[in-house]
Design a protein around this ligand. Structure first.
Ligand SMILES: [Ca+2]
Ligand SMILES: [Ca+2]
Length: 70
């Protein structure tokens, strides 16, 4: 999959993921995402979910998060 992910970037994304994952269950739900980005418009979520939620379970795993983030 993502050979271009450097260790440094991966470490940063893991930290970001952990800070977003409020209950620490290893998945970021839509509610957790919105709690972290309250300024994000509601209409942005469906697009995020379409793009980021590869397996369609309604939450972001670390792998999905890494693919989603620039
Ligand atoms: Ca969580
Ligand atoms: Ca998912």
């Amino acid at each position: 999959m993502s050979e271009d992910v450097t260790d440094e970037r991966l470490a940063r994304l893991k930290r970001e993921f952990a800070s977003l994952d409020g209950d620490g269950d290893g998945y970021i739900t839509e509610a957790e995402f919105r709690a972290h980005f309250p300024e994000l418009p509601a209409e942005a979520m469906p697009a995020l979910r379409d793009t980021g939620d590869a397996d369609g379970d309604g939450r972001f795993s670390l792998e999905e998060f890494i693919r989603l983030m620039p």
